[in-house]
Write a protein that binds this ligand. Structure first.
Ligand SMILES: [Zn+2]
Length: 226
């Protein structure tokens, strides 16, 4: 099925950059990385300090955003070895946001680049805690990496990387359906293509995958996206 023939499916976009509210045909969880941002009344969002911005903002400045019932998650936050910010500082900023997530009972949206051992150590240190979900956004990589994250209890959100890496991700159909989200990140126009590709790789129709992703979104973010 070509993306153009899909029409609008009721699947949520779990992580989107851009100007909140510019495309209301899709439910998007907008990423807010600047505490001075204002978000239109009809938009839902995650808020937090990106690892590239570790040291740039004070987490306390995000409190009014975190207080909003339309803030469904803390993030994106995490660790990135390609960031100019020193890794110990990134760790400190990330751990503060993990605490914020627990205190506010809001899941984490996580950016992790070339720091998976450090990330998994942080995650396993919290094993057994009844904490909000950890959503690793924009996941790309090997089956081993995917299953290490799944075994640690994470949810994986897939975006445009799925289109680029389709040939290297033959394991995608093995990822449990209840641990998958889809997102556009920086490419809002790709939503239908990402959904169609993910569905085909999971041997589902786009509407079946859309339904499963919608259920996952509601369970994880405690908000019905439809
Ligand atoms: Zn992002």
């Amino acid at each position: 099925m070509s993306p153009a023939s899909l029409g609008r499916l009721n699947a949520p976009d779990a992580h989107a950059h851009g100007v909140p509210g510019t495309d209301n045909a899709i439910f998007r969880l907008w990423n807010i990385g600047d505490p001075s941002s204002s978000v239109p009344e009809n938009c839902f969002f995650s808020a937090g300090i990106h690892p590239w911005d570790a040291g740039k903002y004070d987490l306390a400045a995000f409190a009014p955003l975190f207080d909003s019932p339309r803030c469904l998650a803390v993030g994106e936050c995490g660790l990135d070895r390609t960031s100019d910010a020193a890794l110990p500082l990134q760790m400190k900023v990330f751990e503060a946001q993990i605490e914020e997530s627990v205190r506010r009972c809001k899941p984490l949206v996580i950016h992790c680049v070339r720091c998976f051992p450090e990330f998994l150590r942080l995650k396993s240190a919290r094993k057994g805690e009844d904490a909000p979900a950890w959503v690793v956004h924009g996941f790309r990589g090997t089956k081993r990496k995917a299953f290490d994250l799944l075994d640690a209890g994470c949810v994986l959100s897939f975006g445009a990387g799925l289109l680029r890496d389709a040939g290297n991700m033959e394991y995608f159909s093995e990822i449990p359906l209840d641990r998958i989200l889809v997102e556009t990140d920086e490419s809002p126009e790709l939503f239908d293509r990402i959904l169609a590709e993910a569905a085909a790789m999971h041997l589902l129709s786009p509407s079946e995958l859309a339904a499963a992703v919608g259920v996952n979104f509601e369970r994880i973010f405690r908000h019905d996206p439809v």
